[in-house]
Every structure is written in structure tokens, then in C-alpha cells.
Design a protein around this ligand. Structure first.
Ligand code: 48F
Length: 259
């Protein structure tokens, strides 16, 4: 073992993973709670799934809980998923359970990887490929450090049968599609409707409802679904995010099974 062996091992095994992910069943953008939950169910069902996450760390908005108090709340329905995943929670009052944000973020990462999903951190989707009857059929990828360093470096691209936009409040993939094809999303306006002010009771119910195919080949999940379809935000309650990820996976499975 020497420094060259270590370097070769890292480069070769990384390249193998990346090359294996050039053609996917589902490419998920964003490793927050909705994206990782979707990845877990899809990989578990045997679909070739990868997540591209622009940050160094996975977990998105989980780690800081509410205002840096690193606890998250779930309702009874969301607790069902925590139980299935073996993530501890305690009852605070009826329909209100508390979980540890660090346990949630790390468990979702571990479970999705163990199920067979690949997670590529430090890679961002900077654009979409739209082909075959106006369908999202690929992602344009770059190191997320490239725009930070303001480097004029061209991206590479992958092909995928489906994309899940789980990029959070910014709904970045939906925005890219609007920019490319203008006004053709499956929303009331055809564009991103925009997130409304906080209203937990309505917002939580709406997240799974809003989790849909928003453009051919593109499913939107989590806060990206909230922003795209124009529902209220909900703050540090995470059941809706988990349920949205599960619904996104179910939709993707149904679409892929139809061929
Ligand atoms: O924001 P985020 O956690 O998304 P989510 O699954 O969950 C939202 C909650 O965390 C919280 C909330 C709960 O009630 O309101 O905010 O909807 O994670 C989104 C991830 O996507 C990454 C980003 O770094 C984050 O980790 N991301 C965003 N744009 C890109 C991206 C991009 N273009 N390419 C790659 N990753």
C-alpha cells in the first residue's frame, strides 16, 4: 500500500460508479428527506437509481431541525415511515412525534445506499436534456465547485428514464424546464406557482398531493412540489417530506413498469 495505490483505488472505484450511472432508471436531484426517501424505495424495488447532491453533505434541510434546534416533528402518518426505517421517535402529544434530526439525516443516507442507490455529492444538475416528444430524458451535470469558482467549464450529461426534482424550496429542475420550454408545466399557470406563507395543517396535506409528474419524464417531490404547485410552507415538520418521497417512488415505479 502506498500513496499511488490509494489514489488509483479512489479514482478507479469512483469512475466505475460514475460510469455505471451514465444511464439510469431514475436520477434524483437533491439528497434531502424527500429525495433520499424516494431513492430508498426505488432502489429497494430494483430500479437503477442515483442521487446527485450539490453540497458536500447529504440531508438538505434536516440537520438543523427548527432554527438550529436539531429535532424534527412528524405526524402519525410520517411516523409510520420512521418506524419502517427503524428511526426512533417519541410521542409529544396526539399526532405529534419528535425525532432526532441527525439520526434522520444519517439514517436516510445509510438506508438508501444499503438499498442500492448511489449518492454522488458535490455534483449539481445545471440543466436538463429534453428529447423524444418533449420529454425530460437526461441531466446535465457539473461539479458544484465550478460555478462557485466562476470557472468556464463545460458540463457532462447522463441519460435517465425519469428525473425526480427534490431540490427543495428552489425547485431548480422545474425552473430549468420552464426556462427551456416555457409555461408547459402541469400546474395551474404552466409555470412555477411559488411557495405561499406558512400554514402547517394545509401544507403537510398538500405535499404528497403536489407530488406528481409535472412535465413528461419529470416528477417533483418535497418542498420543490410545494413551490411548484403553489402551496403553503410548513417549517420543521418532516412527515410530508417522507410521504412525498414515497409517493414519488410509487409514481416512478408505476411509470417505469408501464414501459
Ligand atoms: O431542501 P431539502 O432538504 O429538500 P426537501 O426534500 O426537504 C425540505 C426540508 O428539508 C425542509 C422543510 C421541511 O418541512 O421545509 O426545508 O424538499 O434538500 C434539497 C437538496 O437539494 C440540493 C440541495 O443542496 C439540498 O441538499 N440541490 C438543490 N439544487 C440542486 C441540488 C442541484 N441543482 N443539483 C444538485 N443538488
Amino acid at each position: 500500500m502506498n500513496e499511488v495505490t490509494i489514489s488509483r483505488a479512489i479514482i478507479q472505484s469512483y469512475m466505475k460508479d460514475l460510469l455505471d450511472s451514465m444511464e439510469l432508471d431514475v436520477a434524483i436531484v437533491g439528497a434531502g428527506p424527500s429525495g433520499m426517501t424516494a431513492a430508498y424505495y426505488l432502489a429497494q424495488a430494483g430500479f437503477k437509481t442515483a442521487i446527485f447532491e450539490k453540497r458536500l453533505s447529504i440531508g438538505g434541510g434536516i440537520w438543523g431541525g427548527g432554527m438550529m434546534f436539531n429535532k424534527v416533528v412528524v405526524q402519525t402518518e410520517g411516523k409510520g415511515i420512521l418506524d419502517e426505517f427503524g428511526i426512533a421517535s417519541t410521542k409529544y402529544q396526539d399526532d405529534c412525534y419528535i425525532a432526532d434530526a441527525v439520526e434522520l439525516a444519517s439514517s436516510l443516507g445509510l438506508l438508501s445506499i444499503k438499498a442500492g442507490a448511489k449518492i454522488f455529492n458535490l455534483i449539481m444538475a445545471e440543466d436538463v436534456v429534453i428529447r423524444e416528444n418533449d420529454r425530460v430524458s437526461g441531466l446535465v451535470l457539473n461539479w458544484s465547485s465550478v460555478p462557485i469558482a466562476k470557472l468556464p467549464i463545460d458540463p457532462l450529461a447522463i441519460r435517465t428514464k425519469l428525473v425526480i426534482d427534490s431540490t427543495g424550496h428552489e425547485s431548480e429542475i422545474c425552473k430549468m424546464v420552464v426556462k427551456k420550454v416555457g409555461g408547459k408545466l402541469n400546474t395551474s399557470t404552466g409555470n412555477i406557482v411559488g411557495e405561499k406563507s406558512m400554514w402547517v395543517e394545509v401544507a403537510e396535506k398538500k405535499v404528497p398531493d403536489n407530488t406528481n409528474e409535472v412535465y413528461p419524464g419529470l416528477i417533483v417531490a418535497g418542498m420543490a412540489a410545494t413551490a411548484t404547485f403553489g402551496s403553503p410552507r410548513m417549517g420543521p415538520i418532516f412527515g410530508g417530506m417522507l410521504l412525498s418521497g414515497k409517493k414519488a417512488a410509487n409514481l416512478a415505479e408505476a411509470m417505469l413498469s408501464q414501459g
